[in-house]
Write a protein that binds this ligand. Structure first.
Ligand code: UT7
Length: 327
């Protein structure tokens, strides 16, 4: 048997402030009804005083390490998928490394938006295929509330903050990560973007007046691309493993919109119990969405030894990808 990467612990963390659709009704011209029917979102959590991306990421990591029975000093690598780091430098991964005291671990952030966790797991998988003794912490963590224009109803109702983590190591057994497929299309990047705050458009009065410090999305266009890409990458994973859809025990897809999840379920012919949903509780948490869902599915024992799990993600960039594994 070749080396295979397995997930031996999962964890998640949410910030303290609950923001309901009703709360948003008092902030922008929107309604609980519109948000629920167009997106499925009922509430989301956002950071309060003293809560940062690395704070959430560290809490999620500690939960995952505890479940795995792995000490921080045993970690070889920490990968954090995020588009909302505390600072450009040091990375969130280095801040987590410091907080955990993971002295021997290398650490880096990965920029693949909502696909960050799948991209991160695919890198971990490649390391572990070479050396199954490695222990790698993969995190998706976001503080999108600090990149949202709270006066723009087309985006501010969608996003939430949070973090999820997984501890990955290797086995010789016939289980674990079976395939990963990564894709991108930079030509469509303008449809979902934060134009400013990078080095191309640093902070100037003009940039701030244009609102380029905020997430801007052409929602309907993104929606169309998301459904197509998610469906095609799901089939790509199924075909690569010779799986039929009725063999899938659980689909965890990026939680961006309930209508996208319904579309995907119908296209793949899956029953509702096989598609994990938590968007109503957390909104769209970008790179954190899949690892939070994975942790919830794992802790509620929806994943049992041998379960066939398919994960699919899509996000700004555009980036998208899939991961198939036997739990
Ligand atoms: O995570 C990365 C990937 N992201 C996604 O996959 C997101 C994909 N896109 C979507 O989920 C959906 O396009 C949205 C939820 C963002 C928007 O839903 P939609 O059904 O595409 O609505 P729309 O943008 O076409 O807007 C429909 C109407 C518009 O009014 P008019 O022009 O028809 O009069 C909007 O102005 O709804 C209006 N609207 C709102 N009304 C109340 C937009 N936002 C709101 C709001 N409350 N928050």
């Amino acid at each position: 048997m070749p080396n295979r990467a397995i997930i031996i612990g999962t964890g998640s963390a949410l910030p303290s402030r609950l923001l309901t659709n009703r709360d948003l009704e008092a902030m922008v011209e929107t309604s609980d009804e519109w948000i629920k029917t167009r997106t499925g979102i009922e509430q989301r959590y956002i950071v309060g005083e003293g809560e940062t991306n690395s704070f959430l990421a560290t809490r999620a990591a500690k939960n995952a390490l505890e479940m795995a029975g792995v000490r921080p000093q045993e970690l070889d690598l920490i990968i954090v998928g995020t588009l909302t780091p505390d600072t450009p430098m040091p990375s969130v991964a280095c801040l987590v490394q410091k907080e955990l005291g993971a002295k021997k671990a290398g650490a880096f952030d990965l920029s693949a938006t909502c696909s960050g966790f799948i991209y991160g797991l695919s890198i971990a998988d490649k390391f572990i295929r070479d050396n199954r003794k490695m222990k790698i912490l993969v995190i998706g963590s976001e503080v999108l509330s600090r990149r949202v224009n709270w006066t723009d109803r087309t985006t501010c109702v969608l996003f939430g903050d949070g973090a999820g983590a997984a501890v990955v190591t290797g086995t010789k057994e016939d289980r674990g990560i079976l395939s990963t497929h990564l894709h991108a299309d930079g030509a469509l990047g303008d449809l979902l973007t934060i134009k400013g705050l990078g080095t191309a458009h640093p902070v100037t009065m003009e940039m701030l007046e244009l609102g380029w410090q905020y997430i801007q999305m052409q929602g309907r266009e993104v929606f169309k691309h998301a459904v197509k890409a998610l469906e095609s990458v799901a089939w790509e994973a199924l075909n690569a493993n010779g799986w039929t859809t009725d063999q899938v025990d659980l689909l965890i897809a990026h939680q961006a919109n309930m209508r996208i999840l319904d579309f995907l379920r119908e296209k793949l012919g899956l029953t509702t119990d096989k598609v994990f949903i938590n968007i109503h509780k957390y909104g769209n948490t970008s790179a954190a969405s899949i690892p939070i869902a994975l942790d919830e599915a794992n802790r509620s024992r929806l994943l049992l030894p041998g379960s066939k799990l398919l994960m699919v993600a899509f996000g700004g960039g555009f980036t998208w990808g899939s991961l198939a594994m036997r739990w």
